[in-house]
Design a protein around this ligand. Structure first.
Ligand code: SF4
Length: 90
């Protein structure tokens, strides 16, 4: 399971999109920028048409997040308190 359970996720193949309500509190904007900068320098960072993703897009399948990334949308992930990098970078 991905680590970003409170965030918006894209599920399944193609353009099937599921939104989950964001209930977590947000971190400060400077913290979000700092996190996103770290992500931007990571080999798991991938930029899709809908924004940056950690690794391959989350599909609901079990994965080794440290190797494959969590599949979360980074614009959301970096903004939430309680979220963390699966590689421990932030
Ligand atoms: S969350 Fe961590 S592993 Fe994922 S892209 Fe950002 S720095 Fe890399």
């Amino acid at each position: 399971m991905g680590c970003c359970g409170k965030a918006i996720r894209l599920v399944g193949k193609g353009a099937s999109v599921t939104k989950k309500l964001i209930v977590g509190k947000r971190v400060r904007v400077d913290t979000q920028r700092k996190r996103l900068k770290i992500c931007g320098e990571c080999d798991l960072y991938s930029c899709k048409v809908f924004g940056p993703v950690c690794g391959t897009l989350y599909s609901g399948k079990e994965r080794n997040e440290e190797v494959e990334g969590c599949g979360c949308l980074l614009a959301v992930k970096v903004s939430l308190k309680g979220e963390s990098c699966p590689r421990g970078k932030w």
